[in-house]
Design a protein around this ligand. Structure first.
Ligand code: CTP
Length: 410
């Protein structure tokens, strides 16, 4: 899945011959799962038609503040466009528009949108080689970069003038590649290795029976997806769950019992930087596992149970550089019990869900959590989808890690 999936892309097109390539660029964005809106300078319409772009982007194309020929024209709000976008890319951008962007000129909708955009702005210049080489053009590039804009350099090749050299707008595939790499490198969890335990465990009684629980694994799977979408590499140690996850950054290790889960965690713990135990691990397992199916009889039957290993407690004892997060599912004295677990298991953060809250806990698609950190500061959240809860948890981890890094590195 491309990192562009679900992203809101605002494409600004100016009047260069390379504008004809933006039809392919829009197609590539759409194929990657992005939403696209196009804003063009009036002169850009001579190079590629708004109809082509609106058809490909599935959105109206904007090129003026309002349509002068339409009596019922509505104001094209440049501020709204700028706020809507996750990022803006101006491609191709001519020397003329570049210098206006650098000087703060806003005599068309594209420039007004650029000036009011709060999102990152990329620009892909296109011009003839001598214009590209000109010191004033380079001064403009430097100025735009110093404002925080990101340049996608022009490529070398044959130019519209017939001359050969640098100045061609980067090919649409290269632009998409550049954007994907740049966005990935800036994700907040880039470089982090996240270990997550999730789902139930099954403890065998005999070859056909087990002791299990109702955990679906959904919370852990959402945590894995959220971490991967934020750029982390994820090891997901997943107990028996009917749910599937498919993401290039998530490595799924399927396990069955608490012992399997423990062994998997032991082998992966050293290399992780963040560990989250969301699994509903059986606390007990049958002391003896019958090798054949147990036959019923008329007398009563009992199974002797023994403790499984507390995986999270082990992680707390072995903790070196890891940021450790546990879950607590409570029915009474919720905060106090959660705080005790936080200390006992040497955690940095605990996610408390109370079975007294409707919509919280095991099976459903929602959860209602309170996050408590090692200083016992707590944040209570509304009832949310498990995907949203996962994002809240990583926001909190990110903030706490930043504060800790600042304290260490000054
Ligand atoms: N946990 C674990 N290994 C176990 C048991 C629990 O890693 N054998 C983890 C869970 O994944 C969760 C946290 O520990 O993150 C829950 O703590 P626990 O003390 O087991 O609390 P409860 O399951 O709520 O049980 P109890 O209240 O009975 O202690």
């Amino acid at each position: 899945m491309s990192i562009l999936s679900g992203k809101k892309v605002l494409l600004g097109i100016t009047a260069g011959i390379a504008a004809y390539k933006t039809a392919s660029l829009v197609r590539l964005f759409i194929k990657a799962g992005a939403e696209v809106q196009v804003v063009m300078t009036p002169a850009a319409k001579d190079f590629v038609t708004p109809l082509t772009l609106s058809t490909l982007s599935k959105n109206p194309v904007h090129s003026s503040f309002f349509d002068e020929e339409d009596e019922n024209a509505v104001w094209n709000n440049h501020v709204d466009l700028g706020l809507w976008a996750d990022f803006m890319i101006v491609a191709p951008v001519t020397a003329n528009t570049l210098s206006k962007m650098a000087s703060g000129n806003s005599d068309n909708l594209l420039l007004a949108t650029y000036l009011s955009a709060k999102c990152p702005v990329y620009f892909a210049p296109a011009m003839d080689l001598d214009m590209y080489k000109h010191p004033s053009t380079h001064e403009t590039f430097d100025k735009l970069i110093s404002f925080g804009n990101i340049m996608i350099p022009a490529e070398a090749g044959e130019l519209a003038s017939g001359l050969v050299g640098q100045g061609r707008m980067a090919e649409p595939e290269h632009i998409v590649d550049f954007l994907e790499k740049d966005l990935l490198s800036k994700l907040p969890l880039k470089g982090e290795k996240v270990l997550i335990t999730a789902g139930p465990t099954y403890e065998a009684i005999d070859p056909v029976r087990f002791i299990g629980n109702h955990s679906s694994g959904k919370m852990g799977i959402e945590l894995a997806l959220a971490a991967a979408n934020l750029g982390a590499q994820v090891d997901l140690v997943l107990g028996p769950s009917s749910l599937k996850i498919d993401h290039g950054l998530v490595n799924v290790i399927n396990v069955v019992s608490a012992e399997d889960m423990y062994q998997a965690v032991v082998s992966l713990y050293d290399r992780c930087t963040i560990a989250i135990a969301s699994a509903a691990v059986a606390d007990y397992r049958p002391k003896q596992v019958a090798s054949q199916k147990i036959k019923k009889s008329d007398s009563e039957f009992s199974i002797e149970l023994e403790r499984t290993k507390d995986i999270l407690k082990w992680m707390g004892e072995q903790k070196k550089h890891q940021f450790l997060v546990g879950f607590a599912l409570e029915t009474e004295n919720e905060e106090e019990n959660a705080k005790n677990k936080l200390i006992k298991k040497n955690l940095d953060l605990i996610v408390l869900n109370s079975l007294n809250d409707k919509g919280a806990g095991f099976k459903g698609a929602t959860n209602k959590v309170t996050l408590i950190n090692h200083k016992f500061e707590s944040k209570a959240f509304e009832l949310k989808t498990k995907a949203e809860v996962a994002k809240d948890i990583f926001d909190e981890i990110d903030q706490m890690k930043r504060v800790a890094d600042l304290a260490t590195n000054g």
